[in-house]
Design a protein. Structure first.
Length: 127
């Protein structure tokens, strides 16, 4: 059976309203106070299976974090994540293609851009 629970709708809406943020299961539990942690993990798994969110990690943390991938053709981009402010941006598609082509030509390595996040410091935080 493949139905949409109210809890899953709440979680999907949370990610859709904050498409450039990363949340842990505990973060989500703090924002959706009427949802149990087991329901959060179960729904994170379902949303990830459907390709609506992506699991990733933050530098210096062993926790899993999740970010929305359904917006603006998000799966076509490599993500750039600022380690200071936490904002996420899309790498321009031309730059993504150059990076992927170089990895394939020089290292025979095919990059899965749907699961790739590059960490660094954004322009605003560098000032």
């Amino acid at each position: 059976m493949n139905y949409q629970t109210e809890q899953r709708k709440l979680m999907q809406n949370l990610f859709a309203e904050h498409p450039h943020e990363m949340y842990s299961a505990k973060d989500i539990q703090g924002m959706l106070t009427n949802v149990s942690i087991s329901a959060i993990y179960r729904n994170l798994s379902k949303l990830e299976e459907k390709g609506l969110i992506m699991r990733c990690s933050k530098s210096g943390s062993s926790k899993s974090f999740y970010t929305y991938t359904k917006s603006d053709g998000c799966r076509e981009y490599i993500h750039l994540k600022c380690k200071q402010c936490g904002k996420t941006a899309h790498m321009p598609i031309d730059d993504t293609e150059i990076l992927m082509r170089n990895a394939l030509e020089h290292k025979k390595f095919k990059v899965d851009k749907t699961e790739t996040i590059l960490y660094g410091i954004c322009e605003s935080c560098q000032k």
